[in-house]
Design a protein around this ligand. Structure first.
Ligand code: BG6
Length: 485
């Protein structure tokens, strides 16, 4: 990649939750390590009528709250705050954009980050264009939700495309900024061990779990209109499927990697109304416990009745040569027993066990890629239990652990947005989602939703603190498969 750093980063939604929890702490982390371009200006904008000084002190308060104490250096934080300025703006009123233009020279390179409601995207882009804040050295990053179905995502993409060509449009899926997610590519394509086995001849099935212990977190207005399928599967989980299933890219550049991912997304087998009973389970949490504390059910938290799913489990297939007949079991939910994001690859058993005649059973190998809360890669292999074997050979499954945290103890673990913001500032779109990927994702998700509407699927209750409704267990057990918990 040839870095083409911008001289200004413009943050829309600069007083919002994402800015406080993730964006400002990430920018501070990059600054503290000398990774931001010298002289970078960070301009925040939102509706609140703040001046520069008030915004800087709110940013410092956000750093104190959200940056780990060991990384927060008062002198560096003060210097970082000095890079910030603030312009109050109602994005629905074109006139306000002139004030932004006075502070920003788009010809010197500008990266814009829209962390606002999608309903404001079009007005914001019009305002930017009207004020001359677009052009060949201006890039635009967009946070989800990018639509609620294929049609609405196309509307957003069309509105963006008027002012920003695809090469300068950076759609964020923060899972792609996670280190272990990127490590999937290294594991697969920098080792000769796995790739020859990475196909239907040797892999029995794949499981991907994204479990969260949190509930609504005060996001009812958004979440109730989205649900688990659109909130988590459409984006993060399908990106994980694409990275697990893709062919080796010709290069690790933005075009090659995304070309391979989109082929997988387009190969996802459509789930029709007749498949729903076998391939989809939805659930909604009822009152229960989380981290040992009693918690209310979804409807009580929300304050009104709702048929939105807070859990979904799916059996998906990637219809191509490599993956023919290999189920991909996906599940995600709120108020699960533990926070855990993991990819579990179940290999097939050895074709013939010579040990069977000596009384020993052989288990199939398994590869567990834990993404969070701990980063770890574990391969389960068979080993002989020491002994004289007078009563037969005994074999045992043992883990080969790649303890990422210990192996890279001297490497700081960065939050996903640090990587994504730096790539945006420097102009590398590889870890951002291309329009054709997003649309292939929505196309498949729309099919699932249409099928479950046709089949009249309703979420089944599960008590908070459980792994979803029991039907989710039956979904895999029917195939003789157990979820990896
Ligand atoms: C977001 C979803 O995209 O991802 C949230 O909107 C979810 O509902 C979050 O909690 C999970 O992200 P992470 O990085 O904590 O796994």
């Amino acid at each position: 990649m040839t870095a083409d750093p911008v001289s200004t980063l413009l943050l829309f939604g600069a007083t919002g939750d994402l800015a406080h929890r993730m964006l400002l702490p990430s920018l501070y982390g990059l600054y503290a390590d000398g990774l931001l371009p010298t002289g970078l200006k960070i301009v925040g904008t939102a509706r609140s009528p703040l001046d520069d000084a008030a915004y800087r002190s709110s940013a410092l308060a956000a750093l104190t709250e959200h940056v780990q104490a060991e990384y927060l250096d008062a002198t560096k934080a003060a210097a970082f705050a000095g890079m910030l300025s603030y312009v109050p703006l109602d994005a629905t009123k074109a006139a306000g954009f002139a004030a932004l233009r006075e502070r920003i020279d788009p010809a010197a390179g500008l990266a814009i980050f829209l962390s606002t409601a999608p309903s404001l995207f079009k007005a914001t882009i019009d305002g930017l264009e009207g004020a001359g804040l677009t052009g060949p050295r201006v890039r635009l990053a967009l946070e989800k939700p990018l639509g609620s179905d294929l049609a609405s995502s196309r509307e957003i993409n069309d509105a963006v495309a008027i002012a920003f060509p695809e090469a300068r449009t950076y759609r964020i899926d923060h899972y792609l900024g996670k280190e272990t997610v990127q490590n999937l590519l290294a594991l697969r394509f920098a080792n000769s061990l796995f790739e020859p086995l990475w196909n239907s001849a040797h892999i029995d099935h794949v499981q991907i779990t994204v479990a969260e212990t949190v509930g609504l977190e005060g996001r009812g207005d958004y979440y109730d209109g989205a649900g688990a399928l659109r909130d988590m599967v459409q984006n993060h989980m399908l990106q994980l499927v694409a990275l697990v299933a893709m062919e080796p890219p010709a290069d690790f550049d933005a075009t090659s990697v995304r070309d391979e991912k989109v082929k997988v997304l387009r190969s996802l087998r459509r789930i029709g109304a007749n498949d729903v009973g076998n391939c989809v389970v939805t659930g909604q949490y009822a009152a229960g416990a989380s981290d040992g504390q009693p918690v209310p059910g979804y409807i009580d938290e929300l304050g009104h009745p709702s048929a939105t799913e807070t859990f979904v489990a799916l059996k998906a297939h990637v219809d191509n040569w490599r993956w023919a007949g290999v189920p991909f079991y996906l599940r995600t939910g709120k108020r699960m027993p533990q926070r855990s994001t993991e990819i579990f690859i179940q290999f097939k058993c050895v074709p013939h066990s010579n040990f069977a005649s000596r009384g020993a059973t052989t288990q199939a190998n398994k590869l567990l890629i834990s993404i969070q809360p701990e980063e770890n890669i574990r391969l389960q292999v068979m080993a002989k239990t020491p002994g004289l074997d007078r009563a037969g050979i005994r074999l045992r499954e043992l883990p080969l652990d790649l303890g990422m945290v210990n192996a890279f103890a001297d490497h700081r673990r960065r939050i996903a947005y640090e990587r994504l913001l730096l790539d945006l500032i420097e102009g590398d779109p590889t870890l951002f989602v291309r329009r054709d990927e997003v649309e292939a994702q929505w196309d498949w998700i729309d099919g699932v939703r249409a099928a479950w509407n046709d089949a009249g699927l309703a979420p089944r209750p599960y008590a908070a603190g459980n792994w979803g409704p029991s039907a989710a267990i039956a979904l895999t057990e029917r195939d003789g498969v157990h979820w990896h918990d």
